[in-house]
Design a protein. Structure first.
Length: 386
């Protein structure tokens, strides 16, 4: 097998705002405390959805989220409102987010909850997808996703497409075992029996639950064999379906080049893999074919997320903008862009001048590789000399 010509530095740094499906993500949990029902709505706001004002090196933004809660049994409406001011002193925070929660009492009924997001002093107002609750949701049967450190993931029941491990937590009044099935493209891709575990106080504390009589079930590493796309999760008890959840396996920081049907393939020429891709025998559609092509170079084949493929396209994204010139708008096709994509960030960069007084830039790497570029035209178009 040909060794791929890409030297991987797993920095996982994303240098510009990515496509976002929603400015705000939600999760909810219903609990019973002293005979009364409470709903906790967790929310996460991406910094990229906010408008910041700078004063004394502090970036500030204020936003609000309102909740219109309609009891569809009697049409009664109650309203809840939260407002937050976010402050940040860092120079770059496009990948950051703000998380919090609101908790309020409900009677057991059917509800439609309509959230609305607004950024202060701007025209940014978003009516967000509604949340529907049925009486069955009050029966203490909740499914939540946590990261490997058991921090709650607030993602509208979407599962991140990532190399990091995601855990499913099921909380229930039932003192019985369950079976969980996950279906993608009509096939069961994950199946496991759930056994009741001892109480994990850390999880209850993070959810701020007073009722610790609930039974807890944990499925570790639930995401590792899931592909990007839609999924259905089914919970069975003694062979009967008692809970269904539909969501997406979502690549939240997906490199933008992967949205470009043509250039995501043409970019393979930079690492000498274009012809190999064309010769790759596959009946899959173009996008899936690309995934399976990269699979042979996957450093962690036990998972579906391919770190090497991700790093390649992250570098392509950066090179397109960072090394663009007047003559070549796509910086990934410049000499500097190609070297950057193959080898990553140089360990040392220096500049000097040639005998013709033209700018020379030298890139040096720890593995003793060295590249010399010269701006022959004076327009910022550096060409590789050696």
């Amino acid at each position: 097998m040909k060794k791929i010509f890409l030297f991987l530095v797993l920095s996982f740094t994303f240098l510009f705002a990515q496509l976002q499906q929603s400015p705000v993500y939600f999760e909810n949990f219903i609990s019973e405390e002293g005979g009364e029902y409470f709903i906790t709505i967790f929310y996460r706001v991406n910094y990229s959805a906010l408008i910041f004002e700078k004063e004394n090196n502090i970036q500030t933004s204020t936003f609000s989220i309102s909740f219109k809660i309609q009891n569809t049994d009697n049409n009664k409406i109650i309203n809840k409102y939260v407002s937050h001011t976010v402050k940040d002193s860092s120079k770059s925070f496009s990948e950051k987010n703000f998380s919090s929660q609101i908790k309020f009492k409900l009677t057991k009924a059917n509800y439609r909850i309509i959230p609305r997001f607004e950024v202060k002093n701007t025209s940014i107002i978003s009516n967000l997808p509604k949340l529907v609750l049925t009486k069955n949701d009050f029966d203490h049967f909740s499914i939540l996703y946590f990261d490997e450190n058991y921090n709650l993931l607030i993602s509208n029941k979407n599962i991140p497409f990532t190399h990091k491990k995601i855990n499913l937590i099921l909380l229930s009044d039932y003192k019985t075992d369950f079976e969980i099935n996950i279906i993608q493209s009509g096939k069961v891709v994950f199946k496991k029996e759930l056994k009741r575990l001892k109480l994990k106080n850390s999880i209850f504390n993070k959810l701020r639950l007073k009722n610790k009589s609930l039974n807890i079930y944990i499925v570790n590493n639930i995401n590792l064999k899931l592909l990007e796309g839609e999924y259905k999760l089914i919970i069975l008890q003694k062979g009967l379906i008692i809970k269904r959840i539909e969501g997406k396996v979502f690549w939240e920081n997906k490199p933008l080049t992967l949205f470009d049907d043509k250039f995501r393939i043409k970019a393979l020429r930079i690492i000498g893999e274009y012809d190999n891709y064309k010769d790759f025998d596959s009946d899959y559609p173009d996008y899936k074919k690309l995934f399976y092509f990269w699979k042979k170079y996957d450093p962690t084949p036990e998972t579906e997320f391919n770190e090497l493929m991700n790093e390649f396209y992250v570098r392509v994204d950066e090179a397109i903008i960072r090394f663009a010139t007047i003559d070549q708008k796509n910086g990934a096709l410049t000499d500097m862009g190609k070297v950057f994509i193959k080898y990553g960030e140089p360990d040392n960069v220096s500049r000097t001048y040639s005998k013709r007084n033209e700018t020379v830039e030298i890139w040096e790497y720890a593995n003793n590789k060295k590249f010399v570029f010269e701006d022959l035209s004076g327009s910022g178009k550096f060409e590789l000399l050696k």
